[in-house]
Write a protein that binds this ligand. Structure first.
Ligand code: ADP
Length: 393
């Protein structure tokens, strides 16, 4: 029987899951339990081409995962017969302790607890997911796959903030990055496809959250997210880079509390804050209608991308490949074209027809004589987690 991995991504009010063949990436079932803790919970389960939607109260993560288990029993495939050899857990914050996947022993569990202050929004939810998954799969190995692991190779000069040393050390303030599983996955595929181990590449994960990484060979040397996922690119609802003195200013001048500034920067800014929409399709539709705030928002978005690609090209000492991934990276030909146009100075040439063609899978969208190979590589974090989990079982 084929071995499979059950992958869990547990958030504060939602749990995403996927039963996956780690060899091929085939998804045998997937789904989502959302609005956990509210009275109007929702479950969506997809298997064998069928989608089941259920509304029910999901008071906590334990009830939610038990309902998921029932869905597997009623609509299949039965978990007992699914050949599951490991449970893979996505963990956002691994601090400086994890440079690869880890079997969740008591010591690893305790470390994830210890890292809660660095990942206050994510790690507590992951711990709930681990607790409940261990009840449902008591006899299977559980593996933690950290979003920060890929960035443990960052040189100190890239990971260190110029903050007073004793404060930075005491509170472990440094750049940990995020989206590492995705950057590692797509950059690895780029090396495989181009058959080069010395590839200098910039990977752009552009979804609702967005980040850029500089990858030399298969090692990350810089990334745009920092202590938290707020730093770096303009995102759906996050500011990305902003002068931290804006926080003091808003507290002093607007009388905002730090929670209000946190919400403003993380949830009400980015594309949404600039033009009222964080779905790029809607933003471009408004650009076409000549709406000034939408036009400006796309310009700010592309400018920030350009700044990072330029900086990372200098850090890498050149650029062989530029990789686009995630919702916007994979689907938004206009954002790709706008950025690539600004990179023509370095001999990068976009193949416009290839860029405009919709497709699946890895594809090259630069011309044969371009100095930089521009690629679209669909990310698949669940598959990457399943592959990494398999390395430990
Ligand atoms: P998340 O970070 O939530 O996982 P995704 O990687 O799914 O995000 O990306 C979501 C974003 O992808 C949406 O906000 C939307 O703007 C963008 N997107 C999806 N399809 C298209 C498209 N055809 N054209 C432009 N943008 C798209």
């Amino acid at each position: 029987m084929t071995s499979t991995v059950f992958v869990i991504n547990s958030g504060s009010s939602s749990v995403k899951y996927q039963l996956i063949n780690p060899e091929t990436g085939e998804s045998l079932a997937s789904g989502l339990a959302e609005r956990i803790g509210e009275t109007n919970g929702h479950l969506r389960h997809k298997a064998a081409g069928e989608v089941v939607d259920l509304e029910m109260p999901l008071p906590d993560h334990s009830v939610a995962l038990r309902e998921v288990k029932k869905l597997f029993d009623t609509t299949g495939p039965r978990l007992e017969d699914a050949g599951i050899v490991a449970v893979g857990h996505r963990i956002v914050q691994g601090g400086k302790h994890f440079s690869g996947p880890a079997l969740i022993t008591q010591a690893v569990y305790d470390k994830i607890v210890e890292l809660v202050p660095l990942g206050p929004l994510h790690n507590p939810a992951h711990l709930l997911g681990i607790d409940v998954a261990k009840e449902i799969f008591p006899d299977l190995p559980h593996v933690a796959v950290f979003d920060t692991a890929f960035f443990q190779t960052l040189p100190n000069e890239a990971a260190t903030y110029a903050l007073k040393r004793d404060v930075a050390e005491k509170y472990e303030i440094r750049r940990y990055g995020a989206h590492g599983t995705s950057h590692q996955f797509v950059s690895g595929l780029a090396c495989d496809y181009l058959q080069r181990e010395d590839l200098k590449q910039v990977t752009l994960h552009l979804g609702n959250g967005a980040s850029a990484s500089a990858v030399a060979g298969r090692q990350a040397i810089d990334t745009s997210m920092g202590l938290t996922p707020l730093e770096g690119l303009v995102m759906g609802t996050r500011t990305g880079d902003i002068d931290p003195a804006a926080v003091f200013h808003l507290q002093r001048v607007a009388g905002m509390t730090f929670e209000e500034v946190d919400t403003l920067f993380n949830k009400q800014s980015g594309m949404k804050g600039l033009c009222g929409d964080n779905d790029m399709r809607e933003v471009w539709a408004r650009v076409d209608r000549g709406e000034a705030d939408a036009i400006e928002a796309t310009e700010v978005y592309v400018h920030r991308l350009l700044r990072y690609v330029g900086a990372y090209t200098a850090e890498l000492g050149g650029l062989d490949a530029l990789v686009f991934t995630a919702g916007i990276g994979e689907n938004d030909n206009r954002t790709r074209a706008a950025l690539c146009k600004r990179l023509e100075f370095m001999g990068l040439k976009l193949d416009e027809a290839a860029n405009n063609e919709r497709g699946d899978g890895l594809r090259v969208i630069s011309t044969p004589d371009s100095t930089v190979t521009v690629m679209i590589i669909p990310t698949n974090e669940e598959w990457a987690i399943a592959q990494q989990a398999m390395t430990l079982v």
